[in-house]
Structure formats: structure tokens, C-alpha cells
Design a protein around this ligand. Structure first.
Ligand code: FDA
Length: 319
């Protein structure tokens, strides 16, 4: 109930206008966001890199509705790629297609995406396409397939375990040896499209993770190539220790080498787990958002764990 309300608020324009103006909300958001400027993000990634942890930078922004906004966002994303290159960061880029035109025009979005992929490829950087709500799933996968068919190898996608369709999507992308980040899913979806209970989502996550490992094994664990640009085929995006343990168990059983899977967590969440996985020798990547459009991202983090509301309110009490 609270989760649904918070996800509703994450999309409500009126709530965004109100809450983004509150200084204490901004302070609370900074727990999950590296800062508002690109220089803040560079600093945060340098800190992570010192601990042997890689990053995926997310220049916050989504649901852009004019062509000018999408072109401006694309230019900013290209600047992020240049900053990664110039500062020699161990980082790649995550992108939401609604930031670069998916809500407006598929062709415009594709042009913007290819501009990003071209610069990423010049700079030797991988780009991960985030997955948004189910109204965009098919369009997002289609644009991803177009990029693969055009020969881009420095691009991957996210699939969400809560959607019934994901099993088929995984098989659909298997012929490309696609690089996939598996997550549970962070949006409000109807029971016709997504498992309504957490137990079912958890079971789906484990099943899909196992299938991803099988596909990666069948492809000969492409992570072991000398190519620095492309990360392993399998990225496990979760903070739930039970899933991580279960994936590590499957890896042992299936003789999957530790560098064939990347564990990915969000900035500011389960730092202990990030460090301990890295110390055990598993590749760890932290999704690191930055920018002024932190509101919807922050609200989704509150929705995932309503206990975070306590922390939000404590910032209010601190004034
Ligand atoms: P789960 O919800 O089962 O919680 C397990 C434990 O993790 C909790 O007990 C708590 O300790 C910790 N935890 C989880 N969320 C927390 C929070 N917000 N604050 C504090 N602690 C928390 N979604 C999507 O729809 N599209 C996408 O592209 C992505 N991309 C993405 C990238 C990466 C790297 C990650 C880790 C996650 C995403 N997600 C996402 C979000 C994902 O769908 C999901 O909503 C969250 O990861 C929460 O689910 P978990 O599996 O992490 O843990």
C-alpha cells in the first residue's frame, strides 16, 4: 500500500514540484545520489575505484517530452562519456531511453542512442540501457536489438524479474549473446503483467539468474576475452543477500568463473555488501546517479524500502 503510494508520488508532477523544493528532501536524496554536478560524480567514482569497485554513471533524468530536451540530455550524456575517458574512470554509462526521446518518437530516440553509442565506442566505454515501466519494455528491447543488428557490441540492457514476459525476452535476446543486467523491477505494474507477490518475484529472479548463467556458459563466458569494453554477459542487480548467495552457489555448481558475473548494487545501499563481494574477488559495479533531477529516482528508492522514510523524516527534524 505504502509502496504503491510512493511509486504514484514518484510520477506525480504536483508532488515533484512540491517535494523537490524542500531542502531536507534534497539532503535525504544525497544518500542515494553522488551529487548534483558531474564533478561530484567523478569524485564518487574515484572513491569507489580506489576500493576496487567499478561504477555505472547515471545522469539523472527521464520522461523528456520535447525534442530539444532529448537532444540536450544526449549532449550531456556525451559529456559524461568524455569525463569517464579523460579521468580514466573504471566506469560505464547507464541510460534511460525516455530521457533521450522514447516517449516522443522512436526514430529520434534511436538517433540519440546511436550518437551516445558512437562516442562511447570511440572512448572504449560500455553503455547499459536501463529498463523503465512496462509501457516502454517492447520499444526499449526493439531499439536495443536495432543497435545490436547494426553491429554495436558496447551495449547491454536490463530485464525485470517481476514481468511475466521476461522469460521470453531472455530467450529472444539469447541469439545475440546479449549483456543483461537482471533486476526485480522498480515500477508499479498491474497483476496482468507482473507477479504481484514478492515470493513470486524472488522465485522468478532465481530462475532467470540460472538461465542467464546457462546462456553465458553456452557462449563460452565472453567476459574472459581481452576486450576491456564489454563486461560479462551476466550482471546481477540486487542488494538481497539471499539472491547473491544463491547465484554464487549456482556459479560453483555450474563451474562459472568468478569474473563471468558482475554483481551490481546502487550507490549508498548496502556498502558493506559491496565491499565484501569485492574483497571476495567478484567484480562489483555500483550504479552511481548524479544530477539535479533526483526526485523520481529518490522516490523509487523510498518505495523499495519504506523504512527509508524514517531516514527521510529524520532529515526533516534536523532542519
Ligand atoms: P529487495 O527489495 O529484496 O531488498 C533486499 C535488501 O536490500 C533489503 O532488505 C535492504 O537491506 C536492501 N535494500 C533494497 N532496496 C533498498 C533501498 N531502496 N534502500 C535501502 N536498502 C535497500 N529497476 C528497474 O526497474 N529498472 C532498472 O533499470 C534498474 N536498474 C537497477 C540497477 C542496479 C544496479 C540495481 C541494484 C537495481 C536496479 N533497479 C532497476 C532496481 C531494482 O529493480 C529493485 O527495485 C531494487 O534493486 C530493490 O530490489 P533488491 O533486489 O535490491 O532487494
Amino acid at each position: 500500500m505504502l509502496r504503491r503510494l510512493l511509486i504514484y508520488l514518484s510520477k506525480a508532477k504536483w508532488a515533484q514540484q512540491l517535494i523537490s523544493r524542500w531542502g531536507f528532501a534534497r539532503r535525504a536524496a544525497l544518500r542515494f545520489v553522488a551529487g548534483e554536478q558531474l564533478s561530484d560524480a567523478v569524485r564518487a567514482v574515484n572513491e569507489l575505484n580506489k576500493e576496487g569497485i567499478q561504477a555505472s554513471l547515471d545522469f539523472l533524468g527521464e520522461n523528456n517530452k520535447t525534442e530539444a530536451e532529448t537532444r540536450e540530455a544526449t549532449s550531456r550524456l556525451v559529456e559524461v562519456l568524455d569525463a569517464i575517458h579523460q579521468n580514466q574512470l573504471k566506469a560505464n554509462l547507464s541510460v534511460k531511453l525516455s530521457q533521450i526521446g522514447l516517449l516522443l518518437d522512436q526514430e529520434l530516440c534511436e538517433q540519440n542512442l546511436l550518437r551516445i553509442l558512437d562516442r562511447a565506442s570511440e572512448n572504449g566505454i560500455f553503455v547499459r540501457i536501463d529498463m523503465e515501466d512496462s509501457s516502454l519494455t517492447e520499444k526499449t528491447i526493439t531499439l536495443f536489438e536495432h543497435a545490436l543488428q547494426k553491429g554495436y557490441s558496447n551495449v547491454g540492457i536490463v530485464l525485470q524479474a517481476y514481468l511475466y514476459r521476461t522469460h521470453d525476452d531472455l530467450e529472444r535476446l539469447a541469439s545475440f549473446n546479449a549483456r543483461i543486467r537482471l533486476v526485480k523491477g522498480a515500477y508499479k505494474e498491474p497483476a496482468e503483467l507482473a507477479y504481484p507477490s514478492m515470493a513470486e518475484v524472488n522465485a522468478s529472479f532465481d530462475k532467470l539468474a540460472e538461465r542467464l548463467l546457462q546462456l553465458s556458459k553456452a557462449a563460452g563466458f565472453p567476459s574472459e576475452s581481452a576486450d576491456q569494453i564489454t563486461p560479462p554477459m551476466v550482471a546481477i542487480g540486487t542488494h538481497a543477500a539471499r539472491h547473491i548467495e544463491s547465484v554464487i552457489g549456482m556459479m560453483r555448481k555450474m563451474q562459472v568463473p568468478p569474473n563471468a558475473v558482475e554483481f551490481q548494487l546502487l550507490y549508498g545501499i548496502r556498502r558493506d555488501l559491496q565491499q565484501s563481494l569485492s574483497k571476495q574477488g567478484y567484480p562489483v559495479r555500483v550504479y552511481t546517479p548524479f544530477g539535479t533531477h533526483w526526485y523520481p529516482y529518490f522516490m523509487r528508492r523510498l518505495a523499495e524500502r519504506p523504512a527509508n522514510l524514517k531516514f527521510f523524516l529524520s532529515n526533516y527534524l534536523k532542519g
